[in-house]
Design a protein around this ligand. Structure first.
Ligand code: DMJ
Length: 450
């Protein structure tokens, strides 16, 4: 199984190098590429540590040679560099590879990325701008920032400070985290989705969720505690308070016994819809249960992982939708997409995302239960059967329709290489490969040593 995943990476990498080498993203159907991340070769940078871990060392060396010449101080006219995405993918990718092979060139390039991104923190509150124009650094276009973008920079910036001996990076990222913590909130342990970077106030109409725009904010509470070797107790306290608030306010169980996580509006209305992105959360709970000793979190993690897995298992392709809901009255099952489960598909795309596999991997590490390897394998088989094309792997329009090429999207995002294939590989590897008492993975799957 491990070797089959490696073969998948060989195939994906061949597509990338043949049709898109050095470009941001491969377009696997048209055999072309795009530069939508500002020419930072983001797929190549995001994939470095995967190549290394999979033992694809010739490919790794070739990619590293290319990295030397990427100019992370520039981007094309008109492009705004997305600070969060470039932190987790570019800075995280370079640091992750550096942690594994200790090549000083990688640290030098990581510092170049860090020096570019710190320019975003020059705001009245220290909460960074969501994106910056390197050709006109004083231009600002957004006042509001989602909390995932402000609260998921701290691992990478702290690691960069530690490795370079320059404490500025860590201080800036932590100041942003403190501003999120200090701002007034309605619910203890829950954080609204958006904050204003000039006033430092949460937007009053924001929703509460664990999905897109929020997700890794909660993740980095626990992971900062882990990264700093358990010395920063405040992160553990924040994590436990948030975990309890999420369990009490956002988790529900359907009549058919499926646990899920929904969204709550600022006025307390509850939406019974779950996102694929939310499926990272059970893995976080399982990791947290090991650190905190909270057994109830592991039980909930198992239930939620099962729900995420069933969102795959019950589709005709075996792949999971981008969004699915659990209508209140689920007795009328024949009207719902998934018979017998009371689960309704609300966005049928599969974008090669990692979250369910990430949780399956972390649940396997936490419990040792081999059923998780079988679940991961069945998802991998579905990826092979339905998304593999001659040019690589392609995202899918509708997971309910095994329609072949007509059902595919001309896109393979970099996280497929950085995360989806890496979690699968680790799921079938000995525990000594990336032991979780020595490494913490950033939200893009890059290993940072504790
Ligand atoms: C990845 O870039 C990261 O996992 C991020 O935290 C959320 N979105 C994508 C994958 O779906």
């Amino acid at each position: 199984r491990q070797n089959a995943v490696r073969e998948a990476m060989v195939h994906a990498w061949k597509g990338y190098t043949t049709y898109a080498f050095g470009k941001d993203e491969l377009q696997p159907l048209s055999h072309s590429h795009n530069q939508r991340w500002g020419n930072w070769s983001i797929s190549l940078v995001d994939a470095l540590d995967t190549l290394y871990l999979f033992g694809m060392l010739d490919e790794y060396e070739e990619a590293k040679k290319y990295v030397q010449n990427i100019d992370f101080k520039r981007s094309p006219k008109g492009h705004r560099v997305p600070v969060f995405e470039m932190t987790i993918r570019a800075l995280g990718g370079l640091l992750g590879a550096y942690e594994l092979d200790q090549d000083p060139m990688l640290l030098k390039k990581a510092q170049e990325v860090g020096d570019t991104l710190v320019q975003a923190f020059d705001t009245p509150t220290g909460i960074p701008q969501p994106n910056i124009d390197l050709n006109d650094i004083s231009s600002k276009v957004n006042e509001e920032l989602c909390i995932a973008e402000a609260g998921s920079l701290q691992l990478e910036f702290a690691k960069l400070s530690h490795l370079t001996g320059n404490s500025t990076y860590r201080k800036l990222a932590e100041r942003a985290g403190e501003a999120l913590e200090a701002a007034e909130r309605q619910h203890r342990g829950l954080y609204p989705m958006y904050i204003n970077i000039n006033t430092g106030k949460y937007s009053p109409l924001s929703n509460y969720s664990v999905g897109g725009l929020v997700d890794s904010f909660y993740e980095y509470m626990l992971k900062q505690y882990i990264l700093h070797g358990g010395r920063e107790k405040k992160y553990m306290e924040q994590y436990v308070t948030a975990t309890e608030a999420i369990a009490n306010n956002l988790v529900r169980t359907t009549q058919r016994g499926l646990s899920f996580i929904g969204t709550m509006s600022s006025t307390g209305e509850f939406y019974r819809e779950m996102e694929h992105l939310t499926c990272f959360y059970p893995g976080l709970l399982a990791l947290g249960a090991q650190v905190t000793g909270r057994k109830q979190d592991l039980a909930l993690a198992e239930d939620l992982t099962r729900t995420c897995f069933l969102s795959y298992r019950t589709m005709a392709t075996g792949l999971g939708p981008e969004r699915f809901s659990f209508p209140e009255n689920d007795s009328n099952v024949h009207k719902l997409d998934v018979e017998g489960l009371g689960m309704k598909v609300t966005d049928a795309r599969y974008l090669l995302r990692p979250e369910t596999l990430e949780s399956i991997f972390l649940l396997y590490r936490a419990t040792g239960d081999k059923k998780y390897q079988d679940w991961g394998w069945s998802i991998f088989m579905a990826i092979e059967e339905h998304t593999k094309v001659d040019g690589g792997y392609a995202a899918m329009v509708d997971v309910r329709k095994p329609d072949g090429r007509n059902n595919l999207i001309d896109s393979m995002e970099s996280f497929f290489l950085a995360e989806t294939l890496k979690y699968l590989y680790l799921l079938f590897s000995p525990l000594e490969l990336i032991p979780l008492d020595r490494y913490v993975l950033n939200t893009e799957g890059h290993p940072l040593s504790i």
